[in-house]
Design a protein around this ligand. Structure first.
Ligand SMILES: Nc1ncnc2c1ncn2[C@@H]1O[C@H](COP(=O)(O)OP(=O)(O)O)[C@@H](O)[C@H]1O
Ligand SMILES: [Mg+2]
Ligand SMILES: [Zn+2]
Length: 295
């Protein structure tokens, strides 16, 4: 099967899944860095790169709303500084969200606003319902721990304490991302960039979360290594049916992975739709610039 036909099959499945309820729903996600002033709190400022000219507050995300369906891959694209990382950091509780609503269908029947949950519940959500893969592997891994130890940490955070089971789960996961098992006790700092990303992916999958967040995971890798990591992400999505949010400034990555795509500019969604439609017939002038590689 070619990548194109695989993608077609998976897009068809994704469309069929739209008959289901969304796994993740996000409404009006807003994140500001700074206090805000009367002008920008009421939204009456002329956005200069999302920064309020009066008080200097950065509106990194503003009123972002979307649904993600089970097993679907949603791409998020935009130039550097458009708010992509801030958005996923808010979803994963790395940053405190200023305002908005997030729900996951399998948590409290999808009724609760996950941004307002207690610290203890947030910890549960982070460890059981989500996995995160950062652009910088130093944020996602303890470089001095063994690779199996990194996975163990995530399993223990989800209350698994049986040493034998942790060990066998770690080897199963590392095998899935093609890390040679004789290297499972080596620290990721010994590994190449591509291998580190694969260890991060296996750690993020440790507790079988229904949702994986991936922020520029292949940025900075050599092209051949990049292709291998992208292949791995696709095969994981097919095999495990995990839903993903794939953030990238690189339209090649978005084209290869995502069923649907949303385009961010200065913290706001300017366009969203099926990836192929957005890439072939972009409607918003900003997307047209992106697609024609002018940004
Ligand atoms: N901790 C922070 N404090 C202040 N401003 C920040 C912080 N983190 C990000 N920003 C600003 O928020 C905006 C969005 O950044 P980011 O989410 O990293 O964008 P992207 O991932 O799309 O490159 C940028 O203007 C950035 O400078
Ligand atoms: Mg970023
Ligand atoms: Zn202001």
């Amino acid at each position: 099967m070619t990548i194109a036909s695989l993608k077609e099959a998976s897009t068809a499945t994704a469309q069929a899944r739209h008959l289901d309820l969304p796994l993740l729903s996000v409404r009006n996600l807003t994140k500001k860095y700074g206090q805000g002033c009367t002008a920008c709190l009421e939204g009456i400022y002329s956005a200069q790169g999302g920064r309020c000219p009066d008080c200097g507050t950065v509106w990194a995300c503003r009123d972002i709303s979307f649904d993600l369906y089970p097993g679907e891959i949603l791409g998020v694209v935009g130039e550097s500084g458009s708010g992509k990382s801030t958005m996923v950091k808010c979803l994963y509780y790395d940053e405190e969200t200023t305002a908005g609503h997030m729900s996951i269908a399998t948590f409290k029947d999808g009724i609760s606003n996950l941004f307002n949950e207690s610290a203890q519940q947030k910890r549960y959500i982070r460890n059981h319902l989500m996995g995160m893969v950062y652009q910088n592997p130093y944020l996602g891994l303890r470089m001095g721990f063994s690779s199996s130890g990194n996975i163990a940490e995530k399993l223990i955070a989800a209350d698994h304490y049986h040493v034998g089971k942790i060990r066998s789960r770690a080897s199963e996961l590392l095998e899935k991302v093609e890390i040679p098992l004789q290297r499972m006790d080596e620290p990721p700092k010994n590994f190449s960039g591509g291998m580190q990303q694969r260890v991060q992916i296996s750690k993020a999958l440790a507790n079988n979360p229904p949702l994986l967040l991936l922020d520029e995971v292949t940025t900075g890798l050599d092209l051949s290594v990049q292709a291998k990591v992208l292949d791995l992400i696709r095969s994981i999505q097919r095999e495990l049916g995990v839903a993903m949010i794939v953030v990238s400034h690189d339209l090649g990555v978005i084209r290869m992975l995502s069923d649907r795509t949303m385009v961010l500019r200065q913290g706001q969604i300017v366009e969203h739709g099926l990836t192929d439609q957005i890439l072939e017939d972009p409607q918003h002038p900003y997307t047209q610039l992106l697609v024609h590689s002018l940004l």
